[in-house]
Design a protein around this ligand. Sequence first.
Ligand code: NDP
Length: 322
Amino acid sequence: MVNYRYLGNSGLKISEITYGNWLTHGSQVENDVASACVRAALDAGITTFDTADVYANTAAEQVLGDALKGERRESLEIFTKVYWPTGPKGPNDTGLSRKHIMESINGSLKRLDTDYVDLYQAHRFDVETPLEETMQAFADVVRQGKALYIGVSEWTADQIRDGAALAKELGFQLISSQPQYSMLWRVIEDEVVPASIETGVSQIVWSPMAQGVLSGKYLPGQPAPAGSRATDEKGGAQTISRFMNDETLTAVQNLKPVADELGLSMAQLSVAWVLQNDNVAAALVGASRPEQVAENVKASGVTIPAELMKQIDAALEDVVVR
Ligand code: NDP
C-alpha cells in the first residue's frame, strides 16, 4: 500500500504516489480505461487525484469526477488548477484575476461533481494580475469552503516567497508547489526547494517518469512502442519530444543495473527517486493502463542507498537539465 506525507506545513495527508490525468482522461485513453486506472489507483491505496480545468479542454475533470462517483468523499483528496496561459475564449477566461478564479472554481466543482476540492492550484504565475488580488480571491475561495487549501504550480522561488507571505497576511497558508521534477529534470533543486522549505511549502512533482521515458521502454534508434505517449498524436508525442533523443535514451538504459540491484522496474526506480527528496510530498504519476498504476505504486516506501544515488547521477550526468 501507499505511504502518506503531510502537504507543506498543513495537517493534510496525501498519498505519496498521486494519480494525475493529464493527456490521458478525455484524450489518449477511452473513458472505460480511465475508470479502470482510477479503480486500480484506489485499490492500491492511492487517495489523491490531480487534474486541471485545462486538461482535455475541461473533459479530464468530468472523466475523473465520473470515475470517482460513489467513493466516500472523506477518503479522497481531489486537486485541480486554474489559469492556463494559452487558448482563452474571452479576455477574462484566463489569468488569476478575481473574476476568473471565482468563475473557474465553480466550473471545476460542477465537472468534478463535488462541493469542494482539497487543493486549488494556480497552474502558472500571472504577471498581469496584482498578486494581492489573486491571493485575496484564493482566501475567499477557502472561506467559502470551495477549496480547503491553496497551492501553485511552476512558480519561481521569489513568486513562492511573495505568495506565501501574502497568504499568511490574509489568514491562510500556501502549502504546495507543483513543478516538473525527475532524474532528468532537476531545475527546482537550487532555488525552488530552498524557498519552499523556508516557507513551509511541499512539492507535488509532475512527470517523475519523464512522461514514461525513465521506464526504459523507449530504445535509442528504435520506433516507440505502439500505444505509448510518444505515438500519441493528440498531444503526447509533442510534449514528450524534449526527452526523445538518442543521447538521453542511451543514458537512461544505464539505469537498468541500478533498478535490478534494488529489485525494481526502471519505472519504479524513477518514482522512488523523486521521493528520496524530503521536500517532495508526492510523485504525481500518470498512467494509460491500470497495470502501470499497480506497478508504479510499489515505489512507495523504497529507500535508494547513497551509493546507488551516486551511480544514477553518474549515468545521467550528460543529459540532466538543472
Ligand atoms: P509521468 O512521468 O508519470 O508519465 C506517465 C506516463 O508514462 C503514462 O501516462 C504512461 O504513458 C507512462 N507510464 C506510466 N507508468 C508506466 C510504466 N510502469 N511503464 C511504462 N510506461 C509507464 O507523468 P505525466 O507526464 O503523466 O504527469 C503526471 C501528472 O502530473 C499529470 O497527470 C498531471 O496531473 C501533472 N502535470 C502537471 C503539470 C503542471 O504544469 N502542473 C504538467 C504536466 C503534468 P504511455 O503508456 O502512454 O506511454
